[in-house]
Design a protein. Structure first.
Lengths: 174, 191
């Protein structure tokens, strides 16, 4: 059951998005590939996630809708820039792939993974969480409605259980 | 040494339908002092946000000229954005960096541009090939032409005197700034 990834893509298209800003995460790779292939989407690779917050504020000033794709660690890079979205009431949809939780092997992902939601909420974002494939599409759709009708920040947290924990060949150290 | 306020008032005179993003600190004040315009979007914070915000507008409105006016401190904080601009290569985006070699707004502490960093070279290395440093009147006159209508993306780093100019505070209310910009630039009336 991997077609929730295509469900996100379809929800993005249906919302009228034209700018897809991202710092890659393995969990977003299919969405990134499809965005690059789509002639009506501008897939903008960022050097840091906060750039995307400012980029999409600019997009809205120019009449375009966007979406920011990032992993949970990238939320930490956004904190101050989210004050731009919040102070000016820019609509912003963030799709966050979670790390540092279900089956995580990399302890360096834990600090941000454990506090992603709290960080976002402190920054004024409304968070929705998805752990089941059948919920993804409508959650993303409702995040777009919420952000663009109420001029606010909506974040969809895509659980690590949903995405599938990254598996490495090396046996884990004891 | 070039005077920042004079440089910006010349750059924004006869601006046509140019859309402007002003970075936090004195760049905002310079743009406001040149004559408030609803097509100016003033950042009162969001340090490091001016260049990527300008890029977002430029990609959304490829037929319109988009100008970012910002400081060296702001540009240094978003140095990676030069590479994003270089990669996206929007022809309608021009970036004017007022380089006083200081964090002017916070008391004039020197930035790295006073200690060897070269923002034009950084922009060029990031893929924005049309990047120049402006030090003289003649260079400024040429840069103003390029910033207004030269094929972008382009960056002009204007070396300006470190002295602060008198206060000139633009409106601060974010939703107001956003709405009036969208109305003036796009003709939409947000509810
Ligand atoms: C993230 C963040 N760090 C620090 C500051 C404090 N601050 C406000 S303005 C400014 C200096 C900006 O310097 P520059 O962009 O060169 O502007 P200018 O010299 O023209 O005032 C700083 C450091 C801030 N507002 N946000
Ligand atoms: Mg400065």
């Amino acid at each position: 059951m991997d077609n929730w990834r295509d469900g996100i893509f379809e929800a993005i298209k249906a919302a009228g998005v034209t700018q897809v800003a991202y710092v890659p995460d393995a969990g977003h790779s299919r969405l990134i590939e499809r965005s690059i292939e789509d002639n009506d989407l501008r897939a903008v690779s960022l050097t840091t996630e906060e750039e995307g917050v400012a980029l999409l504020a600019g997009a809205w000033l120019g009449g375009a809708k966007g979406v920011l794709l990032l992993q949970s660690s990238g939320v930490g890079n956004c904190v101050n820039m989210l004050s731009l979205a919040r102070t000016c009431a820019f609509p912003l949809v963030m799709l966050v792939t979670m790390r540092g939780e279900w089956g995580e092997f990399n302890s360096w992902q834990k600090p941000m993974g454990a506090t992603t939601r709290a960080h976002l909420e402190l920054c004024g974002a409304t968070c929705y969480r998805c752990d089941r494939p059948e919920d993804v599409r409508e959650t993303v759709e409702s995040a777009f409605r919420f952000a663009y009708f109420t001029n606010s920040i909506a974040a969809v947290l895509l659980g690590q259980r949903l995405i599938g924990a990254k598996v490495f060949e090396e046996p884990a150290p004891c | 040494m070039l005077n920042r306020r004079e440089a910006i008032s010349r750059l924004l005179a006869d601006r046509g339908d140019m859309l402007v993003v002003a970075g936090l600190g004195q760049s905002c004040f310079d743009c406001f002092a040149a004559g408030d315009d609803p097509r100016n979007f003033y950042l009162w914070g969001a340090m490091g946000g001016a260049v990527p915000a300008g890029l977002g507008i430029a990609l959304a409105q490829p037929e319109r000229r988009v100008l970012v006016v910002t400081g060296d401190g702001d540009a240094l904080m978003s140095a990676g954005a030069f590479a994003t601009v270089g990669a996206e290569a929007p022809e309608n985006l021009a970036i004017c960096i007022l380089d006083n070699e200081r964090y002017g707004e916070t008391g004039g502490q020197v930035t790295h541009t006073a200690r060897g960093a070269d923002l034009a070279a950084m922009a060029a290395a990031g893929g924005v090939g049309k990047a120049r440093t402006v030090r003289t009147e003649a260079e400024l006159a040429d840069a103003i032409g390029a910033l207004r209508s030269g094929a972008g993306p382009l960056v002009a780093v204007v070396k300006v005197a470190p002295e602060s100019e008198p206060g000139a505070l633009p409106p601060q209310d974010g939703p107001h700034l956003k709405r009036r910009f969208r109305t003036a630039a796009l003709g939409v009336e947000d509810k």
